[in-house]
Design a protein around this ligand. Structure first.
Ligand SMILES: Nc1nc2c(ncn2[C@@H]2O[C@H](COP(=O)(O)OP(=O)(O)OP(=O)(O)O)[C@@H](O)[C@H]2O)c(=O)[nH]1
Ligand SMILES: [Mg+2]
Length: 434
């Protein structure tokens, strides 16, 4: 490279200076590559699709391995996300691959909230990254970035049109993640139907304003292939880990009684196109778009929600300190307001309780007075009764004394007559006394 070629001009005030010889900063790109390779890469794929649509099989086929994972049942009460991370190595490049798969998607009768766990999962990964970024001691170079870089949306090979669940879910996700729609198990649909199905899906996505990921065409080296591939979306894929001998080569294929479908045959399906676009050509762009577009949007909304702005109403730069102070004052104001409300409520409650207690006290007093009066009446009645009984007893006693007196007088008179009769009986034993 000529010395003059190396010269750079930055802005108006910069001078172009020719170099007299080799300096060495042309190795900067190599330094970057070496650093990146030694640090390793990470890539996170989210597979959204109904149970049994071939998500796990496609991942196994894409990465030419067998990842763990049990098939899901159709009896899940709601949608869940299952995440697994693997360390992969190809040549000297290390890749931390995370595969997140939906479990139970489309299995519920009411599918209204099916997209929510997916949106929440994506947001949670953004939030974790934002929290790391906002830390005083942040270690972003060793941080395991779990943000979703690509969302493979599995469309059932119905041959008709997109289900409303697909449209709703994709619409909710399109501002958060790079969506690559794929027609799953495309061996279940005939070639002519597939062409119509692709057109139908594309027109439905456009008419519903769903933004799917477009392979970038701004880089000259990949503009042509990416432009061609954009026209092939959604890719119709087939997955299989089974290897069959075709000709004299072992190939991934699915064998049927009437023939064999070759996964890597472009005349049979778009698997190779998907692998090329997702892994070999655009992996870095997907990572970049996730950071610069989707995460940036999340971060902006979140920080604005927290009260941070870049400029104040007079277009002056907004200082972090001022924002913090303003937010703190707002928070303290709200706290005071809440405290005052609680105090008022407490006073009100105390007053109510006091009134209730007073009322109860009054009722008790009235009851006491009533009972006291009742008691006095009762007492008076009893005293009257006692008095009348005493009088009766006295009268009885008097009558008794009089009767006893009479009796004793009577018995004295009766006694002298008996004596006279005894004497007569002695003298005359035959005298009858009766
Ligand atoms: N015809 C056909 N069958 C496929 C294809 N891919 C996978 N299958 C079969 O579909 C069945 C389910 O595949 P999985 O990969 O377990 O599906 P999944 O989406 O991971 O299922 P869950 O994890 O249970 O939701 C298996 O029997 C696969 O062999 C395909 O491209 N075409
Ligand atoms: Mg699975």
């Amino acid at each position: 490279m000529a010395a003059t070629d190396i010269a750079r001009q930055v802005g108006e005030g910069c001078r172009t200076v020719p170099l007299a010889g080799h300096v060495g900063f042309d190795s900067l790109p190599d330094q970057l590559v070496n650093k990146s390779v030694s640090q390793g890469f990470c890539f996170n794929i989210l597979c959204v699709g109904e149970t049994g649509l071939g998500k796990s099989t496609l991942m196994d086929t894409l990465f030419n391995t067998k990842f763990e994972g049990e098939p899901a049942t159709h009896t899940q009460p709601g949608v869940q996300l299952r995440s697994n991370t693997y360390d992969l190595q190809e040549s000297n490049v290390g890749l931390k691959l995370t595969i997140v798969s939906t479990v139970g998607f489309g299995d519920q009768i009411n599918k209204e909230d099916s997209y929510k766990p997916i949106v929440e999962f994506i947001d949670a990964q953004f939030e974790a990254y934002l929290q790391e970024e906002l830390k005083i001691r942040r270690v972003l170079h060793t941080y395991h970035d779990s943000r979703i870089h690509a969302c493979l949306y599995f469309i059932a090979p119905t041959g008709h049109s997109l289900k409303s669940l697909d449209l709703v879910t994709m619409k909710k996700l399109d501002s958060k993640v790079n969506i690559i729609p794929i027609i799953a198990k495309s061996d279940a649909i005939s070639k002519s139907e597939l062409t119509k199905f692709k057109i139908k899906i594309t027109s439905e996505l456009v008419s519903n304003g769903v933004q799917i990921y477009q392979f970038p065409t701004d880089d000259e080296s990949v503009a042509e292939i990416n432009g061609t591939m954009n026209a092939h979306l959604p890719f119709a894929v087939i997955g299989s880990t089974e290897e069959l001998k075709i000709g004299n080569k072992m190939m991934k294929a699915r064998q049927y009684p009437w023939g064999t479908v070759q996964v890597e045959n472009e005349a049979h399906c778009d698997f190779v196109k998907l692998r090329e676009m997702l892994i070999r050509v655009n992996m870095e762009d997907l990572r970049e778009q996730t950071h610069s577009r989707h995460y940036e949007l999340y971060r902006r909304c979140k920080l604005e929600e927290m009260g941070f702005k870049d400029t104040d109403p007079d277009s002056k730069p907004f200082s972090l300190q001022e924002t913090y102070e303003a937010k703190r004052n707002e928070f303290l104001g709200e706290l005071q307001k809440k405290e005052e409300e609680m105090r008022q409520m407490f006073v009100q409650r105390v007053k109510e309780k006091e009134a209730e207690l007073k009322e109860a006290e009054k009722e008790l007093h009235e009851k006491f007075d009533r009972l006291k009066k009742l008691h006095q009446d009762e007492k008076k009645k009893l005293e009257d009764k006692k008095k009348s009984l005493d009088d009766e007893v006295n009268a009885f006693k008097q009558r008794k004394t009089a009767a006893e007196l009479l009796q004793s007088q009577g018995s004295q008179a009766g006694g002298s007559q008996t004596l006279k009769r005894d004497k007569e009986k002695k003298n005359n034993p035959w005298l009858c006394t009766e």
